[in-house]
Each structure stands twice: as structure tokens, then as C-alpha cells.
Design a protein around this ligand. Structure first.
Ligand SMILES: NC(=O)c1ccc[n+]([C@@H]2O[C@H](COP(=O)([O-])OP(=O)(O)OC[C@H]3O[C@@H](n4cnc5c(N)ncnc54)[C@H](O)[C@@H]3O)[C@@H](O)[C@H]2O)c1
Length: 313
């Protein structure tokens, strides 16, 4: 397939591009490098451009994709409170912009990177039919973008799937990105710094390996399904203390753990059922948290090739 990946130089994007290329797909990456830093592998055409630019539209029209994986976004939840207009513009209007481009291209499958944040603080193992209750501008934007997909999909017959990723972890996240407990802990262990935990570390998250997410994106492009929203998740919650323990084992080091009782803990428990993705897409996670964190530790020093120039798509 010919597949365009917006945000393809970012964390999930770069792993997705690798998966697509290894599976034999022809790939175009569009990324403005506002956060991304990974150079796409050799056979990939790529363009450094904002998704709103005319250049991005022209290159997409020339490439004639059969599918678009739309990952380009502002991804920092805290920043979405500080600058909600920016989040709205890139995450909501940007998705609308891509949908309009797909409409003009005709019959392009649209795979959208949504998020567990649409559920808000929902306890238990959350399924897709449960009412969304986002508690940040970021989550609200992802939910709104999903609504545009539903509307544009039915009105203009654009085949689409929305994948609600849980907490994605793995190698090659940009070091300057301050979030992502797995990556942050791995770096701190490497730098022999203490691990800082807000609260008592019993808050749990649904962690899913970036390799599994890349495979889900691939399957979503190659599927014939349309109009479905699916969790891409492990189905279980793991505590922040467990993450620390797995990384201690993987690194064979004994980092000090510092608890900040008054720190921001966030949602107490979060887990998303992956059953729908298994039933409809044939996807289920292959990486356990332990395996994934071991892999992350072994690659914590391996930075991907950084982007150094601009290539015309
Ligand atoms: N990482 C997670 O845990 C997670 C969880 C749920 C959903 N998501 C979603 O997955 C997608 C990818 O996230 P990520 O973690 O890889 O983040 P990332 O910041 O590494 O990737 C986003 C990419 O989009 C690019 N970009 C941003 N604005 C752009 C624009 N206007 N034009 C072109 N490119 C632009 C950035 O340069 C970056 O390379 C996002 O849509 C995010 O909301 C991520």
C-alpha cells in the first residue's frame, strides 16, 4: 500500500514507519519537526512541513496515498491547559484539514491516533462504548476529532478507524520530552539519579509497547473495516512502582526511590480493554511490560538517526 504518515518523525510515527517499510508498504512522511526528530529510513519519502501548508497538500496529491495515518499532534496534556488554542488548532483543526485532503483525494483510508484521555478518570477496565469524559483540553480535542471522523466519514464516504492508544512506551522518545514515566525512569537510572514518584506509586496505568502500537497502525491501514473506534492497550494496569522494579531488574542497578507525597498523582487507576481490537482487527499486545522495559533499557543509549535536512517528498 501507499501510506502517508503525518507526525512520522515522532515517537510512535517513527516506529510505525519502520513497521510499514518492513512489511513492504510505500511510505510518505509529513512532519514539521516541531517535536519529532527521527530520520525516516532510506526508502521513505519525507517532507518537513506543517500539515496546514500548501506544500503538504501538494505532496500528498502527488503521492496519492491509499491510507493516511494521522499522528501529527500536540501531545503534552499539561501544555494543552497552558495553551488550549494551540492544542485545538493542531489536534482538532489539523485532523479536519487532513480529512478534507482525504476527501479531495477520494477513497483514502483514514487511521486516527486517538487516546485513552477521552475516557477521563474512569475506573475499572474501560470499553469503547462507555461514555467519554475527558478531563483535559487534550482529551476533549481527541474526542472532538473522533466526532469529525464520524461525521466526515459518513457524509463523504471516507473509510476510517480511530485507535485509542493507552500509555505508549518504548525507545526513541525525544529526550527533551519530560513525560513518559518509563523513559524518564530509564534515563534517570542511566544517569544514576533517584527515581521520583508522586504519591506512593500505587497509581496504575495501562502501558502498551510502541512496537505493538505500530503493528496496530499497520493492521488498521490494511483492514477493510470502517467507522470503528478501538482501544489499543494491554487491558491491565501496572503501578508506577512496578515500572521502577522492572527497570531496576533490567538495569541491575539499585536507584534510590524518592516519594513526593504532595505531588500530582493524576488518575488513580487506568486500564482499557483491548478485546474489540482483538475481535475486529486481530490485534493483541505481544510485549509484556517486563519485556518491553528490558528492551527500553538496552536501547536507552541508542538514539535513532536524527533528521538533518529537508527532502522533497
Ligand atoms: N505517546 C503516547 O502515549 C500516546 C498515547 C495516546 C495517543 N497518542 C497520540 O499518538 C500520536 C503520536 O504521538 P507521539 O507520542 O509519537 O508524539 P510525538 O510528539 O513524538 O509525535 C508527534 C509528531 O507530530 C509532529 N507534528 C506536530 N504538529 C505538527 C504539524 N502541525 N505538522 C506536521 N507535523 C506535526 C511532531 O513534530 C512530532 O514528530 C499523537 O496524535 C498523540 O496524541 C500518543
Amino acid at each position: 500500500m501507499r501510506i502517508a504518515v503525518t507526525g512520522g518523525a515522532g515517537f510512535i510515527g517513527s516506529h510505525t514507519v519502520n513497521h510499514l517499510v518492513n512489511a513492504g508498504d510505500e511510505v510518505l512522511v509529513i512532519d514539521d519537526l516541531s517535536a519529532g526528530h527521527v530520520r525516516p529510513p532510506a526508502p521513505v519519502r519525507w517532507l518537513k512541513a506543517d500539515i496546514f501548508s500548501e506544500q503538504a497538500a501538494e505532496v500528498l496529491h502527488r503521492f496519492k496515498p491509499q491510507a493516511v495515518i494521522h499522528l501529527a499532534a500536540r501531545v503534552d496534556v499539561e501544555a494543552s491547559w497552558e495553551c488550549p488554542q494551540d492544542d485545538l488548532r493542531v489536534n482538532v483543526e489539523g485532523t479536519l484539514r487532513l480529512l478534507e485532503l482525504c476527501r479531495s483525494l477520494g477513497q483514502v483510508r483514514f487511521v486516527f491516533a486517538s487516546s485513552a484521555s477521552v475516557y477521563g478518570a474512569n475506573p475499572g477496565v474501560v470499553r469503547e462504548h462507555e461514555p467519554p469524559a475527558p478531563c483535559s483540553p487534550y482529551g476533549l480535542g481527541k474526542l472532538t476529532a473522533e466526532r469529525y471522523l464520524e461525521l466526515w466519514g459518513s457524509r463523504w464516504e471516507i473509510p476510517w478507524l480511530a485507535l485509542r492508544y493507552a500509555n505508549v512506551y518504548g525507545p526513541y522518545r525525544k529526550d527533551s520530552y519530560p513525560k513518559g514515566v518509563c523513559r524518564v525512569f530509564a534515563r534517570r537510572i542511566q544517569n544514576r539519579l533517584p527515581l521520583v514518584i508522586n504519591g506512593d506509586g500505587s497509581q496504575s496505568r495501562d502501558f502498551v509497547s510502541v512496537y505493538d502500537v505500530a503493528r496496530a497502525n499497520y493492521l488498521a491501514c490494511h483492514s477493510k473495516l470502517s467507522g470503528e473506534i478501538m482501544n489499543i492497550s494491554s487491558g491491565c494496569g501496572h503501578t508506577i512502582l512496578e515500572v521502577a522494579e522492572h527497570l531496576k531488574l533490567a538495569s541491575a542497578r539499585q536507584p534510590e526511590i524518592v516519594f513526593i507525597p504532595e505531588g500530582e498523582v493524576g488518575v488513580a487507576k487506568s486500564a482499557l480493554s483491548p478485546d474489540k481490537a482483538k475481535a475486529l482487527l486481530g490485534w493483541e499486545p505481544e510485549w509484556s511490560l517486563q519485556e518491553g522495559l528490558f528492551d527500553l533499557w538496552t536501547k536507552v543509549d541508542h538514539e535513532p538517526l536524527a533528521v538533518s535536512g529537508v527532502c522533497a517528498g
